[in-house]
Design a protein around this ligand. Structure first.
Ligand code: FNR
Length: 384
């Protein structure tokens, strides 16, 4: 039976629906990775290097998947990763993601770059969210962004450090996401109605979106090419560990450093007082041929797991993967593409449904591994 006639359940089900629904260049931007996409495959496939341990006759009545992640009381050890321009895949995509996260009870992180303003996203649920920051060359812009995020009610800063420059995502070159007029490409896609559902849903009528959080700093936020040129010129390759002290001085909430792959860098993050780290290769969109993030987790957890909270992302495609990450030392995971595929395919409900499936998968695996709480998922329940 075709995927289009059944209810989507897995991440891959949503991915295939998203592929049908989105214009090619947008799907590729979401789906793709850097260069030959070797690390993109490794991120997913390396979860197969680990096996869970089945235990029996242990009274597993009353499974509790809840946990605390960076002070957030979460229904399960899962958070929605920041995904730039999530509102391009579904109307008000960032707000929909935050609403779904809230419905299920997990943290939502909004990207520096997005369609929906942070105030709108928070107003949709009345609950705090996390704010992701890229260091920009203009520190006044950074300061005003953070002041705005904090005033809106963001509690935790996710500072992404693995993007001093944008990675070489070759699909974007092939499909014209890079190198053509983005605004005209968007409106042409809408006019040609190659993807009528998408064009209707994101509200393109020849006029591109406003970039929600940068409207005070981009001369014409409705000119996508100007925005893109501005953003590309703004990523700050001069950023160092010393900048984190400055961030600490202007951000009063927790700071999580995202994009660490090496033990030494994780230790440096602890030294600068990070409340948490995300073991991440940016969903394999930056350095291709770097190791998978899950393969780097155990050593990092061993080195700094007692000193800071550890999240991991990249390639997590099921509740089983979440359980593996926790058994290997993570306090929780981030999922990036999965929630956006679900949002593109089935809107807010898709994200809620996908998260609910993840939670059921986690609970079922726990029962079959003989544990009833997240803190019981320890390294003796996983084999390499
Ligand atoms: C991202 N990611 C990302 N990370 C970040 O810190 N800020 C951002 O704006 C973005 N934007 C972004 C856009 C798209 C389309 C993707 C797919 C990813 C990376 C993201 O937060 C996360 O690290 C990865 O997506 C995790 O890998 P999976 O779950 O997609 O395999």
């Amino acid at each position: 039976m075709s995927i289009f006639n059944v209810n989507p359940v897995t991440v891959d089900d949503y991915r295939r629906l998203a592929e049908r629904r989105l214009p090619r260049f947008l799907f590729d931007y979401l789906d793709g990775g850097a260069n030959a996409e070797a690390s993109l495959a490794a991120n997913v496939n390396d979860f197969d290097n680990y096996r869970l341990v089945q235990r029996v006759l242990r009274n597993v009545d009353g499974i509790d998947t809840s946990t605390t992640i960076a002070g957030f009381d979460a229904a399960m050890p899962v958070t929605l990763a920041p995904v730039g321009m999530a509102g391009m895949y579904r109307r008000r995509g960032e707000t929909q993601g935050a609403r779904a996260a809230d419905a299920v009870g997990v943290p939502y992180t909004v990207s520096t770059l997005g369609i929906c303003p942070v105030e709108e996203i928070i107003a949709a649920t009345g609950k705090p969210i996390w704010f992701q920051l890229y260091m920009l060359r203009d520190r006044d812009v950074v300061q005003s962004l953070l002041a705005r995020a904090q005033a809106a009610g963001c509690t935790t800063l996710v500072f992404t450090v693995d993007l001093p420059v944008a990675g070489m995502r070759l699909r974007d070159y092939r499909n014209g996401m890079i190198g053509t007029n983005l605004a005209s490409k968007l409106s042409k896609a809408a006019q040609l109605a190659t993807s009528p559902c998408w064009a209707y849903d994101v509200g393109i009528k020849g006029k591109p979106h406003t970039i929600g959080n940068l409207d005070k700093v981009v001369p014409d936020p409705d000119d996508l090419n100007a925005v893109k040129a501005f953003i590309d010129s703004q990523f700050d390759p001069r950023c160092t560990w010393e900048d984190i002290a400055w961030l600490r001085s202007i951000w009063s909430g927790k700071i999580i450093i995202k994009g660490l792959m090496e033990v030494d860098d994780a230790k440096a993050a602890v030294d600068v007082g990070a409340d948490g780290i995300v073991v991440s290769n940016h969903g394999a969109r930056q350095l291709d041929s770097v190791a998978s993030s899950i393969s780097k987790l155990p050593a990092i957890a061993k080195a700094v797991g007692k000193q800071t909270e550890i999240l991991v992302d990249g390639g997590i495609r099921s509740g089983i993967d979440v359980v593996k990450a926790v058994a290997l030392g993570a306090n929780g995971v981030m999922i990036g593409r999965p929630w956006v595929y679900a949002n593109a395919a089935r809107g807010e409900q898709g994200v809620t449904d996908l998260l609910t499936t993840f939670q059921k998968e986690i609970a079922t695996a726990m029962a079959l591994m003989g544990v009833t709480s997240i803190d019981q998922i320890t390294s003796d329940l996983i084999e390499a």
